[in-house]
Design a protein. Sequence first.
Length: 333
Amino acid sequence: MTKATMRAARFDRASLQLTVQDVPVPQPGPGEVLVRIEAAGICGSDVHMIKGEFSSPLEQVTPGHEAAGVIAQVGAAVPVWQAGQRVTLAAGKSSCMVMGQAYDGGWAEYVAVPHYLLIAVPDNVPIEQAAIIPDAVATPYGGIVHRGRIRLGEVVGLWGIGGLGQHAVQIARLSGARLIIAIDPVDAARQRALALGADHALDPRAVDVRAEVMHLTENKGLNLAVELSGSGSALDQTVACLGFRGRSVVVGMSTEPVRLTELSVMFGYNNHSLLGFDGGQEGDVETLMCLAASGRLDLSRSVSHILPLEEVARGVEMLSKKIDNPARIVVKP
């Protein structure tokens, strides 16, 4: 039996205010389950929405599309799932129906979701790590493996080693990249990249990134470049560093227009590709959860800060202003 009210962070679209309030506990309808949230991540897209750069179709909404916890109640006509099971939640019902934007999300004590969004969490995977797998890990996984179609022995460049980029380094290694070059202006982020398996970490403020990439690749350039920070200038740089038939994948979200400085004739002559990306595929989260449970994917350094739900606004500010070198910030109701 759950209580009648709960604490939840509510975002007001008109005022752009985020406040933690008492609201009714949602009741699961047919085909739905009620999950007691134990951990919920703060993502860059949450920051964009709270700043008013990305819109929500709702006047008020509980943000948060990275969430995990324990099933508290099962609605009618729900197969298999039972109260007490540890679960994480898919980040949305579809690419156009993201949790925490199109419907209430995980920055709350409870959330009611369709049962088909649940993924089981093994006992040996910490709940904070399980919460971020459906987005912070699955997004770079989909961008590198599915959209970027990484091949064994390729040379990979990764721009932005934050919440997404730190996992991109590990995924590139697991996928057989023979050389990984990380690019980030923050010293701590570059150190993070090297600790997770990058071969080189470049400061774009201190070096000519294209010249350095060409030097490191014997003038062959990158097979695959991935932009993970949402920076327009970084995206242009990814294309400039590509080798023949190289692919650049846009993973980081931005409101900036796509602008490239490479001449059209060279873009065509070199068979370059610039690829958009909007999410992974069915089964990705289960695959990554198994890798985490087996130890092949080490997420022990992924969560840099854990805050109480009441301090979620501070967490948003920390991520927005890059205070205290955040990787992934998680709130616990």
